[in-house]
Design a protein around this ligand. Structure first.
Ligand code: F6P
Length: 323
């Protein structure tokens, strides 16, 4: 392997830059040239590709976002688009890829490998933490801390006005951010897509007037909650409990940006290096992750089709502590 390409794809996540840096520096250390592919699969199709030297990735470890930009390419989902992408890789003589992103990114790399045999290793970059094959994804820790900072601020005003806040956090299909930010933020209720009875439990909890003596409250709602979004849920709640002064706050994309935490930088650096080592060892069609503090390699198809479960111990803890 002489030349590899690196790109970021899907939603950006804090720590992606640290991962790009690790790929470039590790590969260069082993005598491999690295090409940065801008805007994910779309840049691959368009040949938006340039060599990255170690100095090009200096002074980026502390920044959120991705210096390579990112995109969700519709064209790459077509046979014609992937053919164009392959032709560009041949032109630049790229013989291996490191793709940093979520399950959509892995799916694209897997199909590309099946069609053209280009070896790819994935590194998990998404704030949602919803990828099998790693305890944590790059960006999750930072996103939880960003949400937590906002929750703490909202708590001040909720307390002052004796209000009940529904705070919506990101997680299109998963409640990892909601559960962790909810526990760390001392939420009275947490609503997750993975738990079917959570809204009914919340109503039961508020009906239990003897037990419930709190004057103000924070309820965390994951974006993908099946009962509806935070506005819909707050409306339903008010139909049952008109006495509460309710407000809604949707944290949105602030959770995707900002300085990556130390944990995310270390995870991203470890996995960027591991991805290069796996390519060098002849591995492909798989992603790297950290499970129980060890680097592990998981085939793409497993990482895509197996789902990571919510930590039941943390969920039970949230129930005990919200009493
Ligand atoms: O990166 C994942 C995620 O943050 C989801 O939780 C969210 O639903 C989605 O991205 C929103 O992404 P975009 O605004 O880029 O479509």
């Amino acid at each position: 392997m002489k030349k590899i390409g690196v790109f970021t794809s899907g939603g950006d996540a804090p720590g992606m830059n640290a991962c790009i840096r690790a790929v470039v520096r590790s590969a260069t250390y082993h005598g491999i040239d690295v090409y940065g592919i801008r805007s994910g699969y779309q840049g691959m199709i368009e040949g938006d590709i340039a060599k990255l030297e170690p100095k090009d990735v200096a002074n980026i470890i502390q920044y959120g976002g991705t210096i390579l930009k990112t995109a969700r390419s519709k064209e790459f989902m077509t046979l014609e688009g992937r053919k164009k992408a392959y032709e560009q890789l041949v032109k630049f003589e790229i013989d291996g890829l490191v793709c940093i992103g979520g399950d959509g990114t892995y799916t694209g790399a897997g199909i590309f490998f099946d069609e053209y045999g280009i070896p790819s290793i994935g590194a998990p970059g998404t704030i949602d933490n919803d990828l099998y094959g790693t305890d944590f994804t790059i960006g999750f820790d930072t996103a939880v801390n960003t949400a937590l900072d906002a929750i703490d601020r909202i708590r001040d005003t909720a307390d002052s006005h004796n209000r009940l806040f529904f705070i919506e956090v990101m997680g299109r299909d998963s409640g990892f951010i909601a559960l962790n930010a909810g526990i760390a933020g001392g939420a009275e209720g947490i609503l997750l897509p993975e738990i079917m009875s959570d809204y009914d439990d919340l109503i039961k909890h508020f009906n239990n007037k003897e037990k419930r003596r709190k004057e103000f409250s924070i309820i965390i709602v994951a974006e993908g909650e099946k009962e509806g979004n935070a506005f819909e849920i707050s409306k339903k709640f008010q139909d049952n409990f008109s006495g509460y002064d309710v407000r809604v706050s949707v944290l949105g994309h602030i959770q995707r940006g900002g300085k990556p935490s130390a944990n995310d930088r270390i995870l991203a650096s470890t996995l960027g290096n591991a991805a290069v080592e796996q390519l060098m060892a002849g591995k492909s069609n798989a992603c790297v992750g950290v499970v129980n503090a060890e680097v592990v390699v998981t085939p793409f198809h497993e990482a895509i089709y197996k789902s990571k479960s919510i930590n039941q111990t943390l969920w039970n803890l949230s129930k005990i502590l919200s009493n």
